[in-house]
Design a protein around this ligand. Structure first.
Ligand code: ADP
Ligand code: MG
Length: 680
């Protein structure tokens, strides 16, 4: 077996790990020997040295020399086996559950002094050890290692320590894959040495050591290498360059109601250059909510249309898809034919759309996932735009990119403001454009928190806003009341508000039909209704510049980033906007801390950083579901330096024409545990 194969083999390849232990370890998400290496000890188990039996303290763990003098192996099921041991004139009982006679006879031979380890107990006036272990005389340095680990029920610390000691003893020596100059930064400590070191120390002590950092770097580096490998594959794809003239774009821009910001123009330039080049575009357009990504992507789409290509725009929800489609229809009818396709599109209409698509009568098709899941045949697809897709992983993205064919450029837009270290991790396969500043006219959103009991004050405030011709979003976590969860439901809230505000209130949620939803949104955009009660379906993307108040019920249910996204639904127009966070009483300290962060910050990136500190990066905004594996050791907040180090190293490799040769081992080893399982 090669070294790698050993590390990647299943844990039941370890001596003494049978079916039962395997399934217990699987519960801890430990499947391979490699997985086991990242399950780190919490603290050292203190072992007291040899002592007289009468001096044993209950609950402490001892190494003690005794002489077994008598076996007691009852033939009755469920009764434990017992061995009476002696030290000087005192007796100690060793009790064995689930252990075979043969094993006991072997480790505790009669009338021979042995050194055993166990936790002291006291039962019916006798000292006892339950399931003690034998301390070998030929101790290698690992065998004495005894640490506390977080384990599942049924798996004893003793057993676990035996397993991990066994693995560490057999750990292979791997050739160094780190470049010399990087290795130096970590004092040239080897991979193997580092693993052993981090398992022989408390996790809190070892975190800042060179051993831990070296291993964290390996993880980051492997992840970046993999992304870079994908990038290099995509960059090698040759496509037909798109030909269009900027005069055309300028004419469109001239007729817009606003001027693009510098960042928007810069992003558009990059996108245009990508489209004009012979390399396939694979670009992320990143910008906080309300920074104006949509218009940038639409202008790009119109340029692609001008060059003779079709464009597919994919949104995460039907509501958003419909909104994009309407926006294009209303504003850019003269430049393109646009249509909408979602899973709810009726059969006849769908047929017509498919037909028009293959005959090139549709230039821009807007839709949801169904844009790619169905067997659509485009006439000449040249650009895919994916809006607010932060819940996709690298694999899904790659598949999408492949689906369009070689000639198809890909533009992905995300509003998830994440620190740069996270961007590098998640979007390392793409080129990135950032929209940093929002349109100048934007004012900060005033954020208040209110106790549920003060709802009357909120109603008064809403009344005033309505009389000032403003519109309101009212967000509830549930659609219908639930017996299990004590949260506000949209339906109930709608009924309550309806009694107060009459026909000025409307409701929208995911269980309504498309026609119903369309009607509701139309009424709201025509200002026929003032209050729109909804679930978080409005979280992503929806744009109603006239809505300038958002009330969020059970606000403590959401993470900071999500609250920021929700809040971003307002403050899109010229008017000052307000966000009211409603809470139940008795908020935790943490919850109060989070409200404060939100009140004091309007910058999504800052909020995301704070969110990361509180919740850990694995949790933010659905990244967990997205197929992005958490790092085992590396942390985008704590190890910023390591991320930048890895980034600069990757740049060197890329400048060297993507020569991954010497890193193949690292990629292969960590590939399995990083972001992708698919071979690329
Ligand atoms: P997001 O980046 O969250 O997708 P949108 O693209 O929906 O943001 O833009 C938010 C709002 O800002 C929209 O109403 C849009 O028309 C408007 N907008 C976009 N760019 C500008 C600009 N340069 N100046 C003023 N308003 C703008
Ligand atoms: Mg958007």
């Amino acid at each position: 077996m090669s070294n790698f194969e050993y590390l990647l083999s299943s844990i039941n390849a370890i001596n003494g790990v049978g079916k039962k232990t395997t399934s217990l370890l699987n519960k801890k998400k430990i499947f391979t020997i490699f997985d086991l290496l990242w399950h780190l000890p919490l603290a050292k188990i203190e072992t007291s040295e040899d002592t007289e039996i009468e001096n044993l303290q209950v609950g402490k763990i001892y190494n003690i020399k005794v002489v077994p003098i008598k076996y007691n192996f009852p033939r009755i099921k469920n009764l434990p086996n017992k061995v009476i041991c002696q030290k000087n004139n005192d007796k100690l009982e060793c009790i064995f559950f689930n252990s075979y006679e043969g094993y006991i006879r072997k480790i505790l031979p009669l009338n021979k002094e042995v050194l055993i380890k166990g936790k002291a107990g006291h039962f019916r006036n006798k000292f006892q050890f339950i399931n003690p272990t034998l301390v070998n005389s030929d101790n290698s340095k690992f065998i004495n290692k005894d640490y506390k680990y977080s384990l599942t029920e049924g798996l004893t610390l003793n057993k676990y320590n035996q397993i991990i000691n066994n693995v560490l003893k057999n750990l292979p020596d791997l050739d160094e894959w780190l470049p010399v100059e990087i290795s130096k930064i970590f004092d040239n400590v080897s991979w193997k040495e580092s693993i052993i070191k981090i398992h022989n120390n408390d996790i809190n002590l070892v975190r800042s050591s060179k051993y831990f950092k070296r291993l964290a770097f390996d993880e980051i580096f492997a992840n970046f290498l993999l992304s870079s490998k994908i990038r290099s594959k995509i960059k090698k794809i040759k496509k037909k360059n798109k030909i269009f003239d900027l005069n055309y774009q300028n004419e469109i821009l001239k007729n817009l109601k606003f001027k693009l910001t510098d960042d928007q123009i810069l992003a558009l330039d990059k996108i245009n250059n990508d489209m004009k080049s012979k390399q396939k575009m694979f670009r992320l357009l990143q910008g906080d909510v309300g920074s104006g990504k949509t218009i940038v992507s639409i202008i790009a789409a119109l340029n692609a249309v001008k060059a003779g290509y079709q464009v597919a725009i994919m949104a995460p929800t039907e509501i958003l898809a419909a909104q994009h489609c309407n926006y294009i229809e209303e504003n850019f009818k003269n430049y393109c034919n646009v249509d909408l396709l979602t899973s709810k599109t009726e059969y006849r209409n769908r047929k017509k759309i498919l037909n028009n698509l293959s005959n090139n009568r549709i230039n821009i098709l807007v839709g949801t996932h169904s844009l790619f899941q169905n067997k659509l045949s485009y006439n000449n697809l040249g650009l895919i735009i994916i809006d607010e897709q932060h819940k996709f992983g690298v694999v899904q993205r790659k598949k999408l990119s492949d689906k369009g064919g070689d000639n198809c450029d890909v533009l992905v837009m995300s509003a998830t403001p994440i620190p740069r270290t996270m961007m590098m991790t998640i979007y390392g396969d793409m080129d990135i454009s950032l929209i940093k500043t929002k349109p100048k006219s934007r004012k900060a959103i005033k954020t208040y928190s209110k106790n549920e009991s003060k709802i009357k004050e909120v109603i008064q405030f809403i009344n005033k806003e309505i009389s000032n011709k403003n519109q309101i979003f009212w967000v509830c976590p549930l659609i219908n009341d639930s017996k299990k969860i004590d949260h506000q439901s949209a339906v109930k809230k709608y009924q309550t508000l309806n009694k107060i505000f009459k026909e000025k209130v409307d409701i929208i949620h995911g269980e309504m039909s498309k026609n119903q939803k369309d009607l509701v949104l139309k009424k709201f955009s025509e200002k026929k209704t003032d209050i729109l009660v909804s679930t978080t379906v409005i979280e992503v993307g929806i744009d109603f510049p006239n809505a300038n108040v958002i009330v969020i019920e059970n606000a403590n249910k959401y993470g900071l980033t999500q609250l920021h996204q929700l809040r971003g639904r307002v403050g899109r127009g010229e008017k000052e906007a307000t966000c009211i966070l409603i809470f139940k009483s008795n908020l935790s300290k943490n919850a109060r801390k989070r409200i404060k962060i939100l009140k004091n910050n309007n910058d999504g990136f800052k909020i995301a950083e704070e969110d990361l500190k509180i919740r850990g990066y694995g949790d933010i905004l659905g990244f967990k579901q997205s197929g992005i594996k958490k790092y085992n050791l590396a942390d985008p907040m704590q190890h910023k330096d390591l991320f930048y180090l890895a980034e600069s190293q990757i740049k060197k490799i890329e400048n060297n024409n993507f020569n991954f040769e010497s890193y193949n081992k690292l990629i292969k080893l960590y590939d399995k545990v990083s972001i992708i399982n698919e071979s690329i």
